[in-house]
Design a protein around this ligand. Structure first.
Ligand code: GLU
Length: 448
């Protein structure tokens, strides 16, 4: 029979615009999207903006923009529940007419809510993740359909829309499990077949309490501003409660789509491990071209001194720094020394690399060597400084580390020759002079 052939699924993500899009919502959206894409179905975006007081248009557009940034696209929508109040009203009136709902006592303004009584029978459904769940109707309160201000209650609007929009699967956070029996009663009252339900495990912070503001930035906006790449976040979020099995972790989107299945979604709460996310971001940064990284970086640099720097130079610096970055936010913090201005020295760098015997002499010799260079290419620089290192009979690091502190002020940096090149001869000599001045005023102890 035609009924036995599974139809491509229709899955929706239905955020309420009462706040920014957070990790939990983004994970739900991603799982819905992966499921639809894996099965050749449709992904629908529905904005549940029924709470006129709190729902804000800006939050709706922020959610939509962050979903786009994350790389999720939808086949239908965004549909707004605020455009559909008449539909909910009609359905509620129908239930009143059928004698399946009643009106509440009028409130002080004489307004009434529409409510559906609940009978005592058991309600059972099979969750695609958690398995069979049974709730006794006697545990439930009567279900509000329309509030006295005429706006629909969440459960009612959700059921009307999921039915009218032809949803086959409702995939959402496990915090909605208590709503599902109520929604099933609504389907029954309206004479409709309920969709399949799949609830996703909770997301915890590292201290194993439910993820919240206390755990720091958890909105997508914050992750974007902190320099995470969308493809890295997508990969990481996919692993919050799902795994394809084995120890496969780095997966591009095509592979996520190919492997995703609800069968492999865990019932166990997932923990957001910020260090792991940073590590994964670093992996994606390594894989990206300098051009891609600068594209992602540019919005973060708006309004900073980097805004004026030509793209080409930023690209060169990004290439130099590339594999050292775990997030793009570190870029500005690690590169201030590329601007022509006084730099400050990290105290631990001074202590570690400027305290050896003969440090002043060594920097003087280095300065002389660099001053002699007519052509200032990376090769020339490397050749002349390696020559000096050989003549002095020292290890390369003995010269390179103090020189790095002189020109960057930092304990560590990308390859020194690339940095010298980008700074240019004049600035390099100026910085070595400043370092010598500093060391005259703050002489290092005689020996280490
Ligand atoms: N608007 C609800 C929420 O944001 C949607 C729940 C559902 O997917 O049914 O939690």
């Amino acid at each position: 029979m035609a009924d036995n052939i599974p139809k491509p699924p229709r899955v929706r993500f239905a955020p309420s615009p009462t706040g920014s899009l957070h990790v939990g919502g983004a994970r739900t959206a991603l799982f819905c999207w992966l499921y639809a894409r894996n099965r050749g179905g449709k992904f629908i975006l529905r904005i549940e903006d029924t709470d006129r007081k709190r729902s804000q248009e800006e939050l709706s557009s922020e959610i939509i923009n962050e979903m786009r940034w994350l790389g999720l696209d939808w086949d239908e929508g965004p549909l707004f529940q605020s455009d559909r109040f008449e539909i909910y009203r009609q359905r509620a009136l129908q239930l009143l007419d059928d004698g399946r709902a009643y009106r509440s006592e009028p409130d002080e303004d004489g307004a009434t809510a529409v409510i559906m009584p609940v009978d005592h029978g058991d309600i059972t459904f099979t969750d695609l993740v958690y398995g069979p769940i049974t709730v006794s109707g006697s545990e439930l309160k009567d279900i509000v359909l329309l509030k006295s201000d005429g706006s629909p209650a969440y459960n009612f609007a959700c059921v009307v829309d999921d039915h009218e929009m032809g949803m086959t699967h409702v995939i959402r956070g496990e915090d909605h499990i208590p709503n599902t029996p109520k929604q099933i009663l609504l389907y029954r009252a309206l004479g409709w077949k309920p969709p399949k339900f799949a609830h996703l495990p909770l997301i915890l912070g590292e201290d194993k309490t439910p993820l919240s503001k206390r755990h720091g930035a958890t909105s997508l906006r914050a992750f974007r501003q902190d320099g995470f790449l969308p493809q890295a976040l997508r990969n990481y979020l996919a692993l919050l409660g799902w795994s394809p099995g084995g120890d496969r972790e780095i997966m591009d989107t095509a592979e996520l789509i190919k492997r995703f299945s609800l069968k492999k979604v865990s019932r166990k709460a997932a923990v957001l491990d910020y260090q792991k996310l940073l590590w994964m971001n670093g992996q994606y940064i390594k894989k990206s071209s300098a051009g891609e990284l600068v594209n992602a970086l540019q919005p973060l640099l708006a309004g900073t001194e980097w805004e004026e720097v030509p793209r080409e130079r930023i690209e060169t610096i990004v290439t130099l720094l590339g594999h050292r970055l775990k997030s793009l936010k570190e870029f500005a913090a690690q590169t201030g020394y590329f601007f022509d201005r006084d730099i400050s020295y990290e105290p631990e760098a001074v202590e570690k690399y400027w305290s050896g015997e003969g440090i002043i002499e060594l920097l003087r010799e280095t300065r002389k060597e660099i001053a002699l260079l007519d052509s200032f290419t990376e090769d020339d620089l490397e050749k002349s400084l390696r020559g000096l290192i050989d003549r002095l009979g020292i290890k390369a690091g003995v010269l390179i580390h103090p020189l790095r502190v002189a020109v960057t002020g930092r304990m560590d940096s990308p390859g020194i020759f690339g940095i010298l090149l980008l700074l240019g001869k004049e600035l390099v000599l100026e910085r070595i002079d400043k370092a010598l001045e500093y060391l005259h005023l703050n002489p290092p102890p005689e020996s280490k």
